[in-house]
Each structure stands twice: as structure tokens, then as C-alpha cells.
Write a protein that binds this ligand. Structure first.
Ligand code: SAH
Length: 236
């Protein structure tokens, strides 16, 4: 059954016009009046719905029964991931959503090649949020990974002086713990990982001072997008 993110109040019995992105998708799939779809708005669960009218560009649906099911990971992981080169970041957002990441802050790391600012940053953020929506529609999640505004580690720390759960930094420096040891018993994890060029010693020091525990994923150097995904896969 085709699933669509529909960020509107949804109530069983209501008839509504789908937002443009969902409507376009329904048009592309050539659905017809009478066809069933699934809608979710990120507020919990999903709704059965039936297409009632196909306009030239608008689509009208009637909302059916609510199903309170969630397909979230047991551990809520917030990623603070160094911004990588273009397609790799899209890939990271898509896979992180599939693997159940609760949210992702693109980290403007000292060694990030892409330095986002102003209008370009806003466009990128909307693009990445769109990638997360498409991934949630595809994988069956009823919650969309929230993509926060890109920021530096110092700026992020200023906004999050203390947090829920455990803070981990993926590190290639000596003195790290294995992931399993560091995570044990925690259901909330904030995970900091570097861009292609890694975190600078200053960024690592800043993270350690803010209570991040350095963890290792083994003796191989993983690509910037592989490392956080490996953690998500281990925790979901
Ligand atoms: N050239 C860089 C490599 C960066 S890899 C350097 O030498 O520092 C990108 C990021 O992935 C790293 O900053 C780290 O956060 C994470 N990472 C990669 N492999 C890892 C491993 N085996 N253990 C822990 N973190 C790892």
C-alpha cells in the first residue's frame, strides 16, 4: 500500500485535499478514485485513506481508520554528523531514517568541505528533510527523522549544555571504549561523528569536556557516512 507523509491534522471521516508533494506522488502512481493509501502525519500512527477525487493537480481523499502502530527503534539516537560531500550526505540522511534515527543535526565541522550559510543552508535543510520524508514513507516509519539546522559543534553545545541519555563521540584516538560498553542500558544516545577529514583535536577536546564518551567501531577507518550508520544498525 502506498504511504504518504501528510503533515496536516488527520481525523477519521474527514475529506481533505492532499498537500502538493503527496498529491504529485499520487498522480505519478496513477492512482484512481477508490484506491486505498496510507497517510501519516508524524504525530503518531497511520491512517487508512481512500482516494475520492483526482483533479488536474489536486487529489482529494477520505480518511479512514487510525492504526496506532509505531515502527521506531528501541534506542532513540540523535546524530550530530559532520557534513560530508553532497550525495554522501543525502545517502546518510536516507539510511539514517531507515535505521530509525530520531533526529540529525548536520555538523558544520572544521574540516567539512561544504560550509553552509544563509539561503543555501535553508535550501539544503529542506532538501535533506525531503529525503528523510521519502525514506520514512518507503520504510514504514510513522515518524520522520527531524533534520535540524546545520551548526558548528560549539553552537550545538551552547544550545544543549546537558542532555538526556549518553553522549558518544566516534573517535580514532587512543583511549576509546567499545560501543556496546558505552551504550549499555541507555535508551537515549547522542552520537557525534566527524566528516571525511575527521574531527579536529580541538573539536574532540570540546566534545570530551562536554561529557561525550569516546567510542571505537574497531580497527578500520570507516567512511564518514558508514560510521554513524554502523552505530544505528547496532542499536536498532
Ligand atoms: N581521515 C580521517 C578519517 C575520518 S573517518 C581521520 O584520520 O581522522 C570519519 C569519521 O568517522 C571519524 O571522524 C569518526 O568520527 C568516525 N569513524 C570512522 N571510523 C571509525 C572507527 N573505527 N571507530 C570510531 N569512529 C570512527
Amino acid at each position: 500500500m502506498a504511504r504518504f507523509f501528510c503533515p496536516l491534522p488527520l481525523h477519521t471521516g474527514d475529506v481533505l485535499t492532499l498537500p502538493p508533494s503527496a498529491a504529485r506522488h499520487v498522480q505519478v502512481l496513477r492512482l484512481q478514485p477508490g484506491d486505498g493509501i496510507t497517510l501519516f502525519n508524524g504525530q503518531g500512527g497511520e491512517f487508512a485513506a481512500t482516494v475520492t477525487r483526482m483533479g488536474r493537480s489536486d487529489v482529494e481523499v477520505q480518511i479512514g481508520a487510525h492504526n496506532a502502530t509505531e515502527r521506531e527503534a528501541a534506542c532513540a539516537v540523535h546524530l550530530l554528523a559532520g557534513i560530508t560531500a553532497n550525495e554522501r550526505m543525502d545517502w546518510l540522511v536516507e539510511k539514517a531514517t531507515e535505521l530509525g534515527a530520531a533526529s540529525l543535526t548536520p555538523l558544520v565541522a572544521e574540516r567539512s568541505v561544504l560550509k553552509l550559510k544563509g539561503e543555501r543552508a535553508e535550501k539544503k535543510l529542506a532538501h535533506w528533510q525531503g529525503v528523510a520524508v521519502a525514506a520514512a514513507e518507503q520504510c514504514g516509519r510513522n515518524r520522520v527523522t527531524r533534520i535540524d539546522e546545520a551548526k558548528s559543534l560549539a553552537a550545538w553545545l551552547a544550545q544543549h549544555p546537558a542532555g538526556t541519555g549518553v553522549r558518544l563521540v566516534l573517535s580514532l584516538s587512543p583511549g576509546t571504549q567499545p560501543l556496546r560498553t558505552a551504550v549499555q542500558g541507555h535508551t537515549h544516545v547522542t552520537l557525534l561523528s566527524g566528516p571525511e577529514g575527521g574531527l579536529t583535536p580541538a573539536e574532540e577536546a570540546l566534545a570530551l569536556a562536554a561529557g561525550f564518551v569516546p567510542v571505537t567501531l574497531g580497527p578500520r577507518v570507516l567512511r564518514a557516512e558508514t560510521a554513524p550508520l554502523a552505530v544505528l544498525a547496532a542499536l536498532t
